[in-house]
Design a binder for this molecule. Structure first.
Ligand code: HEM
Length: 217
């Protein structure tokens, strides 16, 4: 008999720690990295040189390696954790039409959307150019695709919408889950804060998409 089977409390502790780790990694560093990535992409308003400097170039190969690990490892761990949580989904939105219930469903729908979007985004914008040309995707390529290939534009708009909702609503449940916000009054304020976060992230993301689309004329 394994030690875990001998002690259900050890199982509970393991599940609790995994849940805490999955939740923590979603905000630090994944959430922080995501906000920074959206911010850097706004450099598209200043043209090719500024965008490439801020988004795709690294002063040192170690910088590229470290940044990839900081972004991709937590993403992989959070995704494994998130896919596990998806299997526990039991939507009952038709029976209980509460706002909280709708947010619960949207968090999981946006997770599935993000899984597809990030798979395509990582392959097309990060891995494929490096494997085929040995370098990052040039500004001229992404702006051309954004302007002249409608599916690319639609996927980026939906991807940005999914990221903005998933992160803003995720921050809300993170702060509740960790017991940072508990009182009724604070929860009401948190609702407003999460809505404001959604609007800010969506504005940043859509502005960056617009700048890339506009540069591809
Ligand atoms: C840019 C990428 C992502 C970011 C920044 C992000 C961020 C977050 C945050 C902050 C939370 C709330 C954590 C908590 O309640 O403590 C969350 C929850 C969740 N994430 Fe993500 N996430 C990302 C990608 C993904 C992907 C690709 C999946 C794939 C399945 C996913 C699945 C989930 C699920 C299912 C939840 C809800 C967990 C629950 O409350 O039970 N996330 N995410």
């Amino acid at each position: 008999m394994s030690a875990a089977a001998a002690s259900p409390r050890a199982d509970d502790r393991g599940a609790f720690l995994r849940a805490r780790l999955g939740s923590f990694l979603a905000v630090v560093p994944l959430g922080v990295w995501t906000v920074n990535h959206l911010w850097n992409n706004l450099s598209a308003f200043q043209g090719a040189e500024a965008w490439q400097r801020d988004v795709t170039e690294y002063g040192h190969p170690v910088g590229f390696f470290a940044s990839s690990i900081v972004a991709l490892l937590p993403l992989a761990l959070h995704t494994v954790w998130g896919v596990g949580r998806l299997f526990s989904v039991k939507p009952n939105n038709l029976r209980y039409r509460y706002y909280g219930n709708l947010k619960y469903l949207l968090q999981r729908l946006s997770a599935v959307g993000l899984l597809l979007f990030l798979g395509a985004h990582l392959w097309l914008a990060f891995l494929r150019p490096r494997l085929t040309t040995g370098g990052p995707e040039p500004f001229s390529d992404i702006t051309h695709e954004m302007h002249h290939h409608l599916p690319t534009l639609v996927v980026y708009v939906l991807g940005v919408l999914g990221v903005a909702y998933h992160l803003a609503n995720g921050l809300h449940s993170f702060l509740m889950g960790w017991g940072v916000v508990t009182s009724r009054r604070a929860l009401r304020k948190l609702e407003g804060l999460s809505l404001a976060t959604f609007v800010v992230l969506l504005t940043m993301g859509l502005s960056a998409v617009y700048a890339l689309w506009d540069a591809g004329k």
